[in-house]
Design a protein around this ligand. Structure first.
Ligand SMILES: NC(=O)c1ccc[n+]([C@@H]2O[C@H](COP(=O)([O-])OP(=O)(O)OC[C@H]3O[C@@H](n4cnc5c(N)ncnc54)[C@H](O)[C@@H]3O)[C@@H](O)[C@H]2O)c1
Length: 419
């Protein structure tokens, strides 16, 4: 983690793209690294990758071999160790596959730097401290953190001569920010910059500090978590100033994906949903963090909001997320939907979803990086609203239905294929 040099994987082509994972050695980060290494060596099929669908065949997306992984972490580890734990607890990736990609994983490890724990809340702090996080990452000022994170990104880009770096936030979900979203200090970059420079600096969440560092170093920023990240008017302004791309928030991988597919069916058939209950149980580190009521509130809010947006009214709803250790990375979601049909006849739909959380999320992270790189090459900047189908709380659009979001993506692919 503190290695002073960066290394690149063996298979390189002319274009070089950095994929910088914040929360590098977490479950999703590890699955991205193992997956990318396996794809680079052509060891695994591309199932689960949206960008491998025929509609992207001529869109000019980058090859897997063009990516080099780096990142920020707050708990020392290695990709190989983190992947072994995933195998032991959740039976993901066989030890045989891991042995075949170990050399590439080591080159990725060499690009991981200590992240920051400024304004992440108690739950993340505790887990990071138990995991051996460094003193520096907990005591620095927000401004010092931005400077350090920016220098890491510039170092990665310059040393490896990268054409484009995409920062993806895969860190633990933060608690709700202590700053009200409508606080004037968040309205403009000038006000926010002044507040960060003042003697008593603003408590801006770490995810937003990473976003500032990304924009200031000319990188793209994508938020795969429900944390604030770049979702502030002041940061949208900064992104525009730096001509940077950004997008988010909160990967749509399981229960919420189902909701955004099924809720439109009830509306299209004029069936009235009376209540929608979703119980989620999971046993990974993400679930452990979400066990804290403050962190859980951020996630529940992100999972719950789209129902009203799709149906046009708000049925009684409940979303629960409980940490059940023995489940490991396997999440079970049980959805119970109570609805009225013709002549007031009340009916019920129940769905049980059992998914491997990281295997659902990781291909989407690789997709997002490929799509963002293509958009960058086309000269794009600002919010990438065409990525809405990937997110629970998509930025830059009100579209909440999965099918409608997918049409926007298909349109983008058509345009990319022509240019
Ligand atoms: N299907 C999915 O897995 C899915 C879907 C949508 C969103 N997400 C979100 O993605 C994130 C990652 O999920 P996960 O299962 O990999 O969780 P995880 O707990 O396994 O990984 C998170 C990693 O982030 C690190 N971290 C925490 N704070 C950090 C900071 N300030 N800077 C740098 N690193 C930090 C932790 O040490 C940990 O290694 C979570 O926020 C989760 O809610 C996951």
């Amino acid at each position: 983690m503190n290695a002073s040099h960066h290394e690149s994987p063996p298979d390189m082509s002319t274009r070089r793209i950095g994929l910088w994972l914040v929360g590098a050695w977490g479950n999703v980060g590890t699955t991205v690294a193992v997956g990318l290494a396996a794809l680079q060596k052509k060891l695994m099929p591309t199932t689960g990758l949206v960008t491998e669908l025929p509609m992207f065949a001529k869109a000019g997306l980058p090859e897997f071999s063009e990516f080099i992984v780096g990142g920020h972490e707050v708990r020392p580890n290695t990709y190989y160790n983190a992947a072994q734990v995933l195998w032991q607890n959740s039976r993901m990736f066989s030890p045989d596959l891991l042995d075949q990609v170990e050399d590439v994983l080591e080159t990725f490890d060499a690009n991981v730097r200590p992240g920051t724990l400024v304004n992440v809340g108690n739950a993340i702090n505790t887990i990071a401290r138990q995991g051996g996080s460094s003193q520096e990452s907990t005591t620095e000022s927000p401004l010092a953190a931005i400077e350090r994170l920016t220098a890491d990104l510039v170092g990665f880009k310059d040393t490896l001569k990268l054409d484009h770096v995409i920062v993806v936030n895969l860190a633990s979900t933060e608690p709700a920010s202590s700053i009200p979203p409508n606080d004037p200090v968040l309205a403009t970059w000038k006000a926010l910059e002044e507040a960060l420079n003042s003697e008593k600096p603003l408590d801006l969440p770490a995810s937003s500090l990473y976003a500032i560092a990304a924009f200031n170093s000319g990188c793209t920023y994508i938020n795969f978590t429900p944390s604030v990240g770049s979702n502030l008017p002041a940061l949208a302004e900064l992104a525009d100033l730096r001509k940077a791309l950004h997008g988010g928030r909160d990967g749509k991988t399981g229960e919420t994906l189902l909701k955004s597919v099924l809720a439109p069916m009830f509306r299209a058939r004029n069936l009235e949903v009376k209540s929608w209950v979703g119980h989620n149980i999971l046993g990974n580190a993400d679930g452990q963090i979400l066990n804290d009521p403050n962190n859980k509130a951020t996630k529940v809010n992100s999972k719950d909001r789209l129902l009203g947006e799709i149906l046009g009214y708000k049925p009684q709803s409940l979303v629960s997320i409980e940490y059940i250790e023995s489940l490991g990375d396997w999440k079970t979601a049980w959805d119970h939907v109570h609805f009225d049909g013709f002549l007031g006849t009340r009916m019920t739909m129940q769905v049980t979803w059992q998914g491997c959380d990281s295997a659902l999320a990781a291909p989407l992270v690789i997709d997002l990086a490929r799509l963002a790189d293509r958009e960058k090459r086309a000269g794009g900047s600002g919010v990438m609203s065409f990525l809405s189908s990937f997110f629970k709380s998509p930025m830059g659009t009100d579209l909440a239905e999965f099918a409608a979001q997918n049409l926007v993506l298909a349109d983008w692919a058509k345009k990319a294929s022509k240019s």
